[in-house]
Design a protein around this ligand. Structure first.
Ligand code: SF4
Length: 402
């Protein structure tokens, strides 16, 4: 038997009971401008689709919340996550209306975490105080880089001085929230060491959490067209692994440990909303292109605002795709998501027959690659190195099991 890997979060994870209830996600698709690499469902303010405005979008969300509450009963939500897009652009009055409607439609009396995504150039004293008053506990700030050259090439709407200036100016108001900073790795316009410099500078603002993502080239984006002409700009797997390794060491020394492929946190300051998702919890998504998984049924909303709103106006949920997952599909999804986290997957999370076969496969794999995967009688987990190649390991583990 291979020794269990030491997991610094283990005690806390065992103490922490994952929400038996649901996460509520709201998608707000407005952005100041479009970034070169982005394929999210979002629109620049000066190019909104016909009929779409902050007010019409808030009206649609409120309508959808009422319909979803009828469909699912009074869902008890332990986390709320408002993502986008750039939700911090939403005027406070509109956001207040939406949050009030959520409180009416769903049972949010036991909320443990309420996250809002924000871009640094949208921080204002009044907004920060307003978010706090409406119950936001956590701000996820999309910074991506502190290199002016990279920010320009990525098409971000601010520069380095504006980020640091905003964080400094609003230091007192920001102290009321748990802060998470997003940074991009594998950015071809900066040195690999840039991300380490950025982390060191940002630590001054006492974040509880970092998310580090590799820059991806999504089809149809301006970046994809550029990479077609300049292939040397394409992201590089080796560079990613090196940057992630160095960042993990730096953050670990500062007390922020890697608990998921892309996420690092102080003990107990994990993203509860995302953690419930990775650990197989239910979630309800509202807004264009939002996904839900409730009662084993996975749905995705219409991506286009016109289709989304037309469904709501005719009194229907704006669902474009619906799939009832089989037991095997659910088990596979559970495995794939759980192995993203440092806690891995345990025996009681899978049907017994699947667990037995999977455990055998995992032991064979661990014998060949002890640096990637760790197996104990009741659990399978990936090491940090294993997380970097999670997809390939899941494919290998699943072979002959699912
Ligand atoms: S701010 Fe975010 S959602 Fe908006 S265009 Fe940029 S990457 Fe996409």
């Amino acid at each position: 038997m291979i020794a269990r890997k030491s997991n610094p979060h283990e005690d806390s994870a065992t103490r922490y009971s994952l929400p038996a209830t649901s996460g509520l996600y709201l998608h707000i698709p407005f952005c100041l401008s479009r970034c070169a690499y982005c394929d999210f469902a979002s629109h620049a303010l000066d190019a909104l689709p016909n009929g779409m405005s902050f007010t019409s979008y808030a009206d649609a969300l409120i309508k959808e919340a009422g319909l979803a509450a009828n469909e699912h009963g009074s869902l008890r939500c332990s986390t709320v996550y408002i993502g986008g897009g750039t939700p911090s652009l939403m005027p406070l009055d509109e956001l207040r209306r939406v949050v009030a409607a959520l409180r009416e439609a769903f049972d949010v009396s036991q909320i443990e975490e309420f996250t809002l995504e924000a871009n640094p150039d949208t921080l204002e004293k009044g907004r920060l105080e307003g978010w706090r008053e409406m119950g936001v506990t956590r701000l996820s700030l999309g910074i991506q880089s502190l290199s002016d050259a990279s920010l320009k090439e990525l098409g971000r709407s601010y520069n380095r001085a504006e980020v640091l200036g905003a964080l400094d100016l609003h230091r007192d108001e920001l102290a009321a929230f748990d802060l998470s900073f997003d940074l991009l790795l594998n950015v071809p316009w900066q040195l690999p060491s840039q991300v380490l410099d950025d982390i060191r500078e940002l630590m001054e603002f006492e974040p509880a959490h970092f998310s580090l993502y590799s820059l991806k080239v999504e089809p149809g984006t301006p970046l994809a067209m550029r990479v077609a002409d300049e292939p040397e700009l394409a992201p590089d797997d080796d560079r990613f692994a090196d940057e992630m390794g160095a960042a993990e060491e730096l953050l670990g020394n500062a007390g922020l440990l890697r608990y998921e492929i892309s996420n690092f946190a102080r003990d107990g300051k994990w993203s509860l909303h995302n953690l419930a998702y990775w650990r197989g919890g239910e979630y309800l998504g509202l807004g264009v292109n939002a996904t839900s998984c409730v009662g084993g049924v996975r749905t995705r909303n219409h991506r286009e605002f016109a289709d989304y709103r037309a469904a709501l106006l005719s009194g229907e949920l704006p669902v474009a795709e619906r799939a009832k997952l089989t037991e095997t599909e659910r088990a596979f999804e559970r495995l794939m998501l759980a192995l993203r986290t440092t806690w891995g997957i345990s025996r009681d999370e899978l049907p017994a027959g699947i667990w037995e076969k999977l455990h055998r496969r995992a032991k064979e794999l661990a014998a060949r690659h002890p640096q990637l995967i760790v197996v104990t009688p009741g659990r399978i987990a990936l090491t940090s190195g294993g997380m970097n190649v999670e997809h390939a390991l899941v494919v290998e583990l699943a072979d002959g099991v699912f």
